[in-house]
Design a protein around this ligand. Structure first.
Ligand code: TAP
Length: 476
């Protein structure tokens, strides 16, 4: 199994995809204990990319045991030695970023422009950043002698497969933990490629284990008694289930869940800049972003002008082949996700909102949804309350800053928000009142490994990124 050479069609000749992949346990690729496999398809063509092992509870046990064994030596290494491995991994990611970008685009459906210019540089940056912390943990503000927790069980979603892996694995290893990670069922390939990078970097066996599988694999991992720390990113429903599993044990838990971010545009905002921010906020990664700016709150006096400009800009978005460097909006990750988006968008029409989308031809095969805008939206509408996780923007208006804050905070979620205004004082005053873990001002969807990320309310708890991100992996 593993990364044997497989001839690839011209369009994706940059990366070799083997016909089948095993689980990465204790530094080796191996078949699932019961021989089960599943297929991973390209959401833009529905072509089967590869067949991947489906980890059983027995495999989870083997991976956790391998991680436990590796923990003894890994945690005892001087931080400066762990840093060397992380720096090496970061450099290999940079060297192989073309392959990784194409692989991620094939398996996820997101535009190559994004994997190349956003995902991959951020992935490498996270490993570089946490490599820098590995020998400075006693200066991180958590006391003189912070200790790693042990084995981290990590479950990640499909929207940023490799970036979510980096958010989870880089701080865990820097802090001296070992890892068992389960990627999402629809996007297993870049995590397996990463396993190969771990081997290339000479990372000791068992420090990183990758288990492909479905929700049952995730549940077995989270519930395994040998896991000391659970880190989960995904839906609020599964997050709640995991919190129940972990309750009453001594496992440490961080949850990064859904969102319904408000992007607030005041009447003094630079309109063109705001339009770019709104488009990036909701159409980046087809809107399949937990911190997407999926609710546009616009001050009433500029609503018509802003919506005209926004519709003009949306009409220029290129939807289609994600491997085409000019594509702005790629494929939806799966048929299931497309069905969820379609159902919620239809509910918007049924509840009386007005739907608009630019004329655009969608490819025949694959899973596609045109960039869509809803006006006449009320706060009671499902499209204003529920996370759509797709390229669908709900527009609401407000008259005063107080009304904007009240509407922005009227959500079960509290992950992200954006403010567009020329006034610095208004930026600070509004940001202070927003119950959102991240507030961007005159920009949106900007990420940096040095800054903590996480939510309030049903968006979860704990912070990833920055110095705060270390705390989740240390006994402090
Ligand atoms: P989830 O079901 O939450 O999937 C996230 C991860 O958890 C995947 O690896 C999944 O495995 C795994 N998982 C599923 N059930 C589990 C369980 N009982 N115990 C442990 N792990 C489990 O998300 P989804 O179904 O892909 O998407 C559903 C909705 O969640 C989306 O429409 C979106 O609203 C939201 N979502 C939010 C985020 C973020 S970043 N906040 C990310 C993805 C999705 P499988 O992939 O094999 O099912």
């Amino acid at each position: 199994m593993a990364f044997e050479y497989a001839p690839a069609p011209e369009s994706r000749a940059v990366v070799d995809i083997a016909p089948s992949y095993g689980l990465f346990i204790d530094g080796e690729f191996r078949e699932a204990s019961d021989g089960k496999v599943f297929k991973t398809v390209s959401p833009s063509t529905e072509e089967v990319l590869s067949e991947v092992a489906q980890a059983s509870a027995e495999d989870v046990d083997a991976a956790v045991k391998a991680a436990r064994k590796a923990f003894e030596k890994w945690s005892a290494l001087p931080g400066s030695e762990r840093a060397k491995y992380l720096f090496r991994i970061a450099r290999i990611i940079q060297e192989r970023s073309r392959e990784l970008a194409v692989l991620e685009t094939l398996d996820n459906g997101k535009p190559i422009k994004e994997t190349r210019d956003a995902d991959l540089p951020l992935v490498a940056a996270h490993f570089f950043y946490y490599a820098g912390w590995a020998d400075k943990l006693e200066h991180a503000g958590f006391g003189p002698n912070p200790k790693p927790l042990g084995v981290a069980g990590q479950v990640i979603p499909w929207n940023f497969p490799l970036l979510m892996l980096a958010w989870k694995i880089a701080p865990a290893l820097a802090a001296g933990n070992t890892v068992v990670l389960k990627p999402a069922e629809t996007t297993p390939l870049s995590a397996l490629f990463f396993a190969d990078i771990c081997r290339q970097a000479g990372l000791p066996k068992g420090v990183v284990n990758i288990l492909t599988g479905d929700g049952s694999t995730g549940a077995a991992l989270v519930g395994h008694e040998g896991v000391d720390k659970v880190a989960f990113t995904g839906s609020t429903a599964v997050g709640k289930q995991i919190a129940r599993t972990v309750a009453g044990t001594d496992k440490k838990l961080t949850l990064e869940l859904g969102g319904k971010g408000a992007n607030i545009v005041f009447d003094d905002a630079p309109i063109d800049q705001a339009v770019e921010g709104i488009v990036g906020g909701i159409f980046f990664n087809q809107g399949q972003v937990c911190c997407a700016g999926s609710r546009l709150l616009v001050q009433e006096s500029i609503q018509d002008e802003l919506l005209d400009a926004l519709k003009r800009r949306m009409s220029t978005l290129r939807v289609g082949d994600p491997l085409d460097k000019n594509t702005d909006v790629g494929a939806i990750n799966s048929a299931e996700q497309l069905a969820r988006i379609t159902e919620l968008a239809d509910s918007g029409v049924a509840e009386g909102a007005e739907r608009w989308a630019p004329a655009c031809e969608l490819p025949g095969n694959g899973y596609w949804f045109a960039p869509t805008l809803f006006t006449n939206v009320t706060q009671a509408h499902r499209i204003a309350r529920e996370e759509i996780f797709g390229p669908v923007l709900s527009v609401l208006s407000f008259r005063t800053p107080a009304e904007a804050v009240a509407k922005a905070n009227n959500s079960q979620y509290g992950l992200s928000a954006g403010i567009w205004t020329e006034k610095g004082s208004r930026m600070l005053a509004v940001a202070d009142k927003l119950r959102a873990g991240v507030v961007w001002a005159n920009t949106f969807n900007k990420f940096d490994p040095t800054s903590p990320f996480g939510g309030y309310k049903e968006s979860g708890f704990g912070r990833e990124g920055g110095r705060h991100g270390l705390e989740a992996y240390l006994d402090v």
